[in-house]
Design a protein around this ligand. Structure first.
Ligand code: SF4
Length: 364
């Protein structure tokens, strides 16, 4: 289907769009809604970029997590029965800060990617499955991380180059250039890496640009079929950022973007909406075509949106059940993509998670 078809559906037939998306989601997934029990680790808050909405970024070298403190976080993650270690970090801080370069040298790492890889291996040694978000990195760096991650992620956020203009959200973030990000997503496809991407909506993009962003992602996915999930993340204004007074997106925009993503992305792609950013409308999100709630952590906060707490898993499960849905735990790699992983990670999945029935037998 063409751009014009989706735009006309969005503008003229929003109810039809919702109903088609809901039907497609339920045909693909029934009433099952998945989530991953994760443990959020903010490796470093230093970053070479400075996005207008980001409260995560900091100049402080003390924001790095050391290998010793990481080991105690792994213990905590195990005691909380998490399966995913979510490694989130500022992008290539060594390109901006001498303090970051010095810090990395102390651990004999040439780059942040090397440092992340070291952490991923420590997590795998504890049978925990890493999912890293290292930002815009090269083909070789992706290759380097592939063997120590169950999946990797990079949000496209938006295909709009306007957002790089003065006073726009990405003005001080040159690697938010969509061309660079699409190249990383395509390289991940060439390397057969189970991949997560998505849109950040409400940062100044238009609805046409949202459709365009999804079409770019689906074009890449058609070639490589490695995009396992698309997150539709709504902008959440944070105090102390340049965009603190910027309004969050309208509910209708959030819901219809979920419906569009369900319609545009192929049937192999899960559509995810973060429950902590959508507390009062989770069931509505599902009725617009979402089938996954992403990472939920009982032990850590959402460091990107620290003002948005997660609901207890058991409460969430009960709420869904009362509306006819069923909440099911998954891993940071969805079953159809496990074939892309190396033997070591596949063995952890079989022995630790499938045989112990933490997740169900291989199915969708
Ligand atoms: S959103 Fe990401 S890339 Fe942008 S400043 Fe924050 S950490 Fe850096």
């Amino acid at each position: 289907m063409s751009f014009d078809y989706y735009l006309s559906l969005l503008n003229n037939e929003p109810k039809e769009l919702q109903s088609l998306a809901n039907e497609k989601a339920r045909n693909l997934y029934g009433q099952t809604i998945t989530y991953s029990r994760n443990f959020f680790v903010p490796i470093t808050h230093q970053c070479r970029n400075r996005c207008g909405y980001c409260s995560f970024v900091s100049d402080d070298v003390k924001s790095w997590i050391t290998p010793d403190s990481f080991q105690s976080l792994l213990k905590k993650a195990k005691s909380e029965k998490c399966s995913e270690i979510l490694l989130t970090l500022g992008e290539k801080p060594e390109e901006k800060y001498e303090t970051a370069r010095e810090f990395l040298r102390r651990y004999s790492c040439n780059s942040t990617v090397d440092y992340v890889k070291m952490f991923c291996e420590l997590a795998l040694d504890e049978n925990l499955l890493p999912h890293s978000n290292p930002g815009v990195i090269t083909f070789e760096e992706l290759k380097n991380l592939k063997d120590s991650n169950a999946s990797l992620g990079l949000m496209l956020e938006s295909s709009s180059t306007r957002l790089l203009d003065k006073d726009e959200a990405h003005y001080l973030s040159p690697t938010k250039d969509p061309k660079l990000r699409l190249e990383v997503i395509e390289n991940a496809g060439r390397l057969r890496i189970p991949f997560t991407s998505g849109l950040l909506i409400g940062i100044g993009e238009t609805k046409e640009e949202r459709i365009e962003s999804l079409l770019y992602l689906q074009n890449i996915n058609k070639k490589y079929r490695h995009i396992q999930e698309i997150i539709i993340q709504n902008f959440n204004p944070q105090k102390g950022t340049p965009m603190q007074d910027y309004p969050p997106p309208e509910e209708e925009d959030v819901l219809l973007t979920i419906a569009l993503s369900r319609m545009i992305m192929g049937s192999n792609v899960n559509i995810q909406a973060p429950p902590n950013l959508n507390r009062d409308r989770i069931i509505t999100l599902l009725d617009y075509g979402a089938n996954d709630l992403g990472g939920i952590s009982s032990a850590t906060i959402d460091y990107i949106n620290p003002n948005m707490t997660w609901q207890e898993e058991s409460n969430l499960g009960k709420n869904l059940e009362s509306e006819g849905f069923f909440l099911k735990q998954r891993l940071p790699v969805y079953p159809p993509y496990e074939k892309y992983l190396n033997k070591k990670i596949r063995k952890i999945i079989e022995d630790k998670y499938r045989n112990e029935e933490i997740i169900s037998p291989k199915n969708r």
